[in-house]
Design a protein around this ligand. Structure first.
Ligand code: ADP
Length: 461
């Protein structure tokens, strides 16, 4: 963790906002264009298909009428020859509302019958042809004028419809995308304001609609909550650390001042400097431990969680302290040693076990015993460090987890009063709990409880 001494680490207020505004505007335009293109394209396809189907069904109808007529005339010709056919055509010409176009060609392609000769214009007629058995060819024409007229009107209406569709697509697209981009704009305006003012206590209003933007807003607010918590934790850590370091630093300064104030004397200086070196080391250790505690308490401590057996962590810590225990003539051993899997940071958990074992040896007189148990019970993995040491007086029990607290009887032993605070902070950062029972003169039992990790539990935090 590092602190920036007085430097303003807030982002430059206007670097992000202009770009954000620009981006949501461009996003809106892109959305509108896509919407309009899709809408116009699909509407145009529908209009085109309708036109083609109408036109071909009209042509099909003409074709069927002509074919029916040809069949009828072929029958009349077969029964009564050209004369009967001419009579039928003539009769039809008189009675029909439509003009009748009929042409009969003999085998030598000579027109032997032609009704409406002046109107026989192949470019304005749909013509059907039938060859009869004797080589005569009968042709029936139907004017395409009416059909073209219908299609012409149809085209005009379709043009109008297409124009309306384009107008609707453009305005609809614009309105729709504006309303889609609006919540994004609101969100980016709020974010811009927060960036500009640096006020992490502000929150973005969540829209009533239950959509992706609302979810994004909720996540953004949750992120601000987290950042705010971390910043608050950091501030508290800074306050605590500066407060806690004041005493040892004042002491250090006092030593130097005393040495300077006295008569110049090399031995005295040497002693004062040695004191200062020792004091500085102490302050450094204290500073590091205090920062660790603060990080763990504020949730800023990076935990590299992995599947880990508490038993292995306990055994490793126990090996570290074997020599210390032997030197003090304290028996140090594993008691219950069952597998107890947890998802935890190996280094930190070993640190927890080591601190508890260190204390147990420290506060147990020669000839005593320290026993480490590990077991898994009801979904919890337990680490227990029991000793036959001096124990803790009841009034002190609730305070032993406080930073810099040292028991009355501990004054003569080395220590900073930070070991148990660190244990508690690390265990709680893992979602676990710590506990203690103690009887003065008989000994103490410190326990750590963590959730047992199932085989499926995985992940980092
Ligand atoms: P330190 O050991 O450096 O004083 P800790 O935070 O580890 O600081 O412990 C705080 C206090 O709790 C100790 O000063 C001591 O009074 C008490 N304590 C901790 N562990 C034990 C123990 N195993 N037996 C008796 N007292 C203990």
């Amino acid at each position: 963790m590092s602190f920036n001494d007085g430097e303003d680490v807030r982002p430059k207020p206007d670097a992000t906002p202009a770009r954000a505004k620009d981006l949501s505007g461009r996003f809106g335009l892109r959305l509108a264009v896509w919407y309009a293109v899709l809408f116009i394209g699909s509407s145009f396809a529908i209009v085109l298909i309708t036109y083609v189907l109408t036109s071909s069904s009209l042509a099909q109808r003409d074709h069927e009428i002509i074919q029916a007529k040809l069949g009828e005339y072929a029958t009349v010709y077969a029964r009564g020859g050209l004369r009967a056919l001419a009579a039928t055509v003539e009769a039809e010409q008189r009675t029909s509302r439509e003009r009748v176009y009929v042409r009969v060609l003999d085998g030598g392609s000579e027109a032997v019958l032609l009704s409406n000769a002046e109107g026989w214009d192949p470019s304005a007629l749909e013509i059907g042809t039938a060859s009869l058995l004797d080589g005569t060819i009968v042709q029936v024409g139907r004017s395409t004028e009416a059909r073209n007229d219908i299609l012409g009107r149809f085209r005009a209406s379709l043009g109008l419809i297409t124009f309306s569709i384009i107008v609707i697509a453009l305005t609809g697209g614009w309105i729709l995308t504006q309303s889609a981009v609006q919540p994004i704009r609101r969100l980016s305006t709020a974010v811009r304001h927060i960036i500009a003012t640096g006020r992490t206590d502000e929150r973005v209003a969540v829209a009533a609609e239950d959509d992706a933007i609302s979810e994004l807003t909720l996540l953004f607010n949750a992120m601000l909550d987290r950042i705010e918590g971390l910043v608050r934790g950091m501030r508290a850590a800074l306050d605590n650390v500066s407060h806690d370091l004041r005493t040892p630093l004042t002491h250090l300064r006092g030593t130097a001042e005393l040495a300077l104030a006295a008569e110049p004397d090399a031995d005295r200086y040497r002693e004062a400097l040695a004191d200062a070196v020792e004091g500085t080391d102490r302050v450094l250790v204290m500073l590091n431990t205090l920062m660790d505690i603060s990080e763990a308490e504020s949730g800023a401590m990076p935990l590299h969680r992995e599947q880990l057996d508490l038993k292995d962590a306990a055994e490793r810590a126990l090996e570290l302290y074997r020599e210390v225990a032997d030197a003090k003539d304290v028996a140090l051993e594993m008691g219950v040693a069952n597998g107890a899997m947890v998802m935890a940071d190996r280094v930190r958990i070993e640190q927890v076990a080591a601190n508890l074992i260190d204390n147990a040896i420290k506060y147990t007189p020669a000839g005593g015993r320290v026993i480490v148990d590990v077991e898994s019970l009801d979904g919890r993995s337990l680490l227990r460090v029991s000793d036959t040491g001096v124990g803790i007086a009841a009034p002190e029990l609730p305070r032993i987890w406080d930073r810099l607290f040292r028991g009355d009887r501990s004054r003569t032993t080395r220590g900073l009063g930070l070991g148990l605070s660190l244990v508690k902070a690390i265990v709680e950062a893992h979602g676990g709990t710590v506990g203690v029972t103690s009887e003065p003169g008989k000994g103490s039992v410190f326990s750590v409880s963590l959730a047992t990790a199932g085989p499926a539990a995985r992940g980092d935090s």
